[in-house]
Structures are given as C-alpha cells and as structure tokens.
Design a protein around this ligand. Sequence first.
Ligand code: PEP
Ligand code: MG
Length: 565
Amino acid sequence: MSTENLHRTIVRGIGVSPGRAAARVAQFAGDIPPPDADAQLGPDADLEEAAATIQTHAVKVAEELTSAADSASGDAAEILATTAQMAADPTLVQVAQGKVRDQRKTPARAVWEAADGIADQLAALGGYMAERVRDVQDVRNRVVASLLDLPMPGIPHRPEPFVLLAQDLAPADTALLDPAKVRAIVTAEGGPTSHTAILARSLGIPAVVGAAEALEKLPDDTLVLVDGAAGTATVDPTEEEVAAAEALSAQVRTFDGQGRTSDGHHVELLANVGEPAGARKAAEAGAEGVGLFRTEFCFLDRAEEPGIAEQVKEYRKVLAAFPGKKVVVRTLDAGADKPMPFLTDTAEPNPALGVRGLRTSWRNPKILDNQLTAIAEAAAAEDAEVWVMAPMVATVQETEEFVASCAKHGLQHAGVMVEVPSAALLSGPILARAAFASIGTNDLTQYTMAADRLLGSLASLSDTFHPAVLRMVQETCRGGDQQRRPVGVCGEAAADPATAVVLVGLGVSSLSMSPRSLADVAAVLEATSYAQCQEIAQLALTAESAEHARALVRGRLPILDELGL
Ligand code: PEP
Ligand code: MG
C-alpha cells in the first residue's frame, strides 16, 4: 500500500445503490432556523434601505431558480420553474417590506413572517392552493438564506455534476434528483431499505447511507469516489481509480425479457415502479410486467386526496407501458417515511407500527373505495392484466374485506402483501381468500427483526439474509403451495442476485425489482439450476446469522464473483 493510500480518508457507510462515480461534493443544506422574533431595527436604521434589500434578494433568488430550471430536466425543471415564479411574485416582498417599515422588523424576520401569513392563507383555501404551502416555505427559506448569507437550502445547483452529501434526504427530495447532475449520494443517516435508498436505486444513482462521519470528513468541493456497492466514499481518488470507476459504469448487461434458471424453470422477473416515467423505463429494460406499482409515489407530498380522474390518468399511463402484461397495482401505502396528510396522523409516537398501509382505510374507507374505482376505470381503459394488492395486511379478516372490496369494483385478481410476520404465519388461510401474495421483504425484515428500516445504526439487523426472515419467506411459500396460489417477492431483496437464488429455492415464483437490477439477477439465475436454488436455500436456512447465511450462499455461487456482483 502506498503512503498516499495509508493516509487517505475513506468514509464508510452502507452501500444501497450499486455503481461507482467520482465528482466533487455539494452539500444539501438543512433547514433555515427562524430569524429572531424579537430583533428590531434600531432608531438610526434606514428603513427604506432595509426594505429595498428584500426586493434585491428576492430577485436574486428568482434568477437563480430560473437558471437552475433552465439547466434541469423533467419534474425537477418544472418544480424549479414554479418556485422561481413564486419567488418573483411581488406579494411576499410587499408584505415583508410593510413589516420593515411599520414594525421595524429585520428584513429576514419580516420575510419569515410575511411568508408564514401567506402560507396560512393558502392552507385555509385547501386543494391546489394548500399544496403550494411548501413552495412558499421554500421561497421564504431561500430569500432568508440569501439575506443572512447562509448556505442555500434544498438540492444544490452546480454547473458540473456533483456528489450530493446530506444529513438525510426525504423521499420527496430524492425523487426530484437529476441523475445527469447527481453522480452519487452520501448521507450520514438512513437505512438500507428506506424509500430514499429505493429511489436512488431506481434512478441508478450510486448511494451510500448511514455514513455517520460523512458531514465532518467530506467538506464541500472535495473530490470523492463513491462506491455504492461497498458503501465507501474515498477522498481524493487517483486518476486510475476514477478511470476504472468510469469504465465499470460504462459496462452494461442486458436482460432478454424472460427470467429462467439454467434448466428452464421460469421465474417471472418484474419491475417495481413508482410513476409513469419509471414504467416506461421498466418496459424498455425488458421487465415481464410490473410486480409492484407504488401508487403513493405518484402523490407524495399532497395535502389532499387526489381526485379519481387524476388517479385514473396516472394509473393509465403506467398500464399503457405494459399492454397484455401483468401490472400489480398496490393501493396507497401511506405512513412511516411516506406520510400523507389526508391519511396519516404524524403525531403517532411509533409510525412504523401505527395506522399505515391498509389500516388507514379503517378510518377512511372512502379513500380506498375511490382508489379502487380509479384502478378499475384505468384497467378497463387499458390492455394490461391488472392485479391489485393491499400493503401491510396482518390478518385473515383484513384480507377477506379487501378481496371483497376489490370484487365490488370488478377487480377479481386481488392479493395481499406479506410484510408483517402474522401474515407470513397465516399465509395458508390468507391465501385461501387472496389470489396471490407478494412478500415485501423490506418491511418483513423490519418487523421480524424489530429494527427500524430507516436507521443506519441498525443496518446489521436489517438484513433479509437473516435466517429468521428466510423462514418467514419459507412459511409464506408453504401457504402458497397449500392453496396453489403464487407467491412473489417485491422487496429490495429480490434485486440482490444472491438473495434472489435463495428466494427462488424457497418457492417464490416471481421477483420484482428496480429495472436496473433485472439483468444482474437474470444472469445469475440463468447460471443456476432450479435444484441448485433449492439446495442453496436449504443451506441458508441452516445458518444461525445473516453473515453466515450469506457466506454459505456466496460460497455456492462463484458466478457472483465472476460477474463482479
Ligand atoms: C416492502 O416493504 O418490502 C415493500 C416492497 O414495500 P415498501 O418498500 O414500499 O414499504
Ligand atoms: Mg412495505
């Protein structure tokens, strides 16, 4: 090892989205604290000059946002342009200037209070107007940051591609990242199956989460090489390392559109999608269908229930990408890290164990009913074969009620997600009612191991390779066998080629994953016979820990190393 290697800084976390990329760090600034409410401009202050600074900084923010919108694309460009328009709207500036002149407020405090007043008015109007509250707050934060010379909040905008560094990222922020600009993500917090990790994977952005030292050791503008499989960020990589990373990311494996073992046992390889553009990409990647359409991803951040017509429009776009193919539509899975104000109560002390997923329909049956109406309408208008499933089912009774509600809407292919241990253990009676089960290994791992999936510090427990979790999968497949109903997996574990072999060996008939993982999983299955999958699965079940199970499985699959997986 060279001296340089001995001394260089490597920040370690959990690799959640594979790939390597090198670029300079740009930090995502946290929230702006409210400026002091009691601060007043002194008797000698020039109030007109103070009021004029508000106008100057608002114009500057609007110009920056417009130029960021011009260099962005897709959803990100649209959102930036809307925020720029809001920053250019004179109302905020005029109200804030009034507070400087009449109440001697400091310009920053005046902007803060003026924006809060506007936000309250919008919230009271409800509907589309209420959804603009976040935009007003965004503009407020930017103008205040500019006035106080603080780092600009939100996703940074740089002319060059960069590595995004953050304490943590909300799924709503991650969904807007432009992969052409954001080469990699490093966060100090976050767990391996958080929705931010899932979104990073689906965008194809290498990501490392739970890197506790990242903020301290990776200052803005540092050149880093991020390895999203190994979970590392290396400061000042050598030219050779950067070139090797670029060469690796240029290698592309492709998927021919049918998953199978080496002896021809068909394993359906499906895609997880969150919105229409993702569905089109999934179809291009050769997915045999959609195994999980996370409908809530279309409406993250909405203050109010989306109307039926709007839902139909969104769902149709996803179904249209898969004519004649299966699309499993999951009803809204609100809660935990995907709060939806019209369905969930953010004051719950323990949201992962609270009223989330299907449970939200206990209080709001009409919202589920409206969604099923929209799904049925979209299904009737398109050629895809629509299956529907409910998230977070825990009991036989819930299954029965959900299947009955679907039948009322003419949706005959109704199934459940198995993400709660009770559902895994009751899969026999559950599958006597439901047409199919899809195992959500992200939540099933979380609830089996009692380890919050969002916490990087519990990542060692959040591992689907744990034999306790594998036994839950085995039990679910046993129920499927008894009732002759298909059992699939749509959690992140399906995207890991080693785990995929085990899942197939346990009896799972379909694997649904981020489209980018299809080719890797297909390549490993194609090199393994069905009997080998079964034998390897039984071997994994004999292990006493996740590390042991993984080592046993990898030891039987040399193809993983040959393919660099
Ligand atoms: C899961 O829990 O595995 C799953 C697929 O659902 P989500 O990740 O959206 O909770
Ligand atoms: Mg889940």
